[in-house]
Design a protein around this ligand. Sequence first.
Ligand code: CTP
Length: 398
Amino acid sequence: MLTDKRILLIISGGIAAFKSLDLIRRLRDRGATVTPVLTRAAEQFVTPLSASALAGAKVYRDLFDLTDEAEMGHIELSRAADLVVVAPATADLMGKMAAGLANDLASTLLMATDKRVLIAPAMNVRMWDHPATQRNLATLQGDGVMVVGPNEGAMACGEFGPGRMAEMPEIVAAIERALGDGPLRGKHVLVTSGPTHEPIDPVRYIANRSSGAQGTAIAAALRDLGARVSFVTGPADVPPPAGVEVIPVETAQEMAEAVNTVLPADAAVFAAAVADWRVANAAAQKMKKDGSGSLPVLDFAENPDILASVSKLETGRPGLVVGFAAETHDVARHATEKRARKGCDWIVANDVSPATGIMGGSENAVTLITADGAEAWPRLSKDETARRLALRIAEALA
Ligand code: CTP
């Protein structure tokens, strides 16, 4: 809920501006007060009258408006809010913000505010991918500006890719989180991630190709919805997200122990690619060639199945246990069997056949297996897959 929260909503001029009218309605439904600010270009897409009617409030448009300045100056306007939201944020407005320009009401408010700023970018895919936009994005994030979206999808201009403004529930969730009030507030979620390294001797190990990208994105998405996240991670390629409790481990056995210390949790997501076997006869010292040409023999022992043992806990089982499955064929069937075998509530099944490029790549195409059946999700970025999963987890825990 956003009861009594005051939101200054800057609408800049993109085709997604019409969606911001719905955003006004949703924010007010949650008890927030919304003060809309329209840029000149935004007025090409929505009228001040409709924004004003939905907000039940005055709409601000001009920097040099004597009536407005007499009522409430732009400095005061920029500070009389709990949060400043820019939706949609065009490439132009992001550029102005990054450069520190203040030549209209919206950009001036953004420079003058002492409150946190959340932007929901929306633009053509090439404009989003342009190095200038990416540079501005990095600058803004470095300045502490929070960003929600953009998502991938079909665009009004007919192209496909990242650039669509985030969906309204995602923007509302980001606003709630920015105001310290996401749907997972007060919930503790465990996430395992990354590969494990199983030593052969002190310098050699057996590993797998997991980069940790999907688990990291899931931890960040859960954090963004307000959860307290414990992140148990093997040696991953990507750094862990900020704002979560990180418990680094090497081996499957260490991961199992770390998970035990982290529980209890309201939900647990097992995204780690845990080695099924460890080397039972790992050497305490580096194994040397002895010159005889004889080859070392590795004996294997089975690692504890962390997902299965947590799923089958009699006491202290998390309310929702989510496992992953890496499959190359018959994805839904194998994953459905795996769900039953492991005793977890959901399985997120990946198609990891080499042709998909998912292992180590930035995208994913998952099938979500629940008690209700299999749901094939479209091919999405790992971040977007993570956001969808986090929203589903929030719904399930609600
Ligand atoms: N898992 C675990 N502990 C293990 C092995 C796996 O927690 N020792 C978890 C993984 O984090 C993942 C799921 O179990 O959530 C994957 O199960 P697994 O049996 O390893 O299946 P796949 O990797 O998909 O492969 P396969 O069934 O083909 O062996």
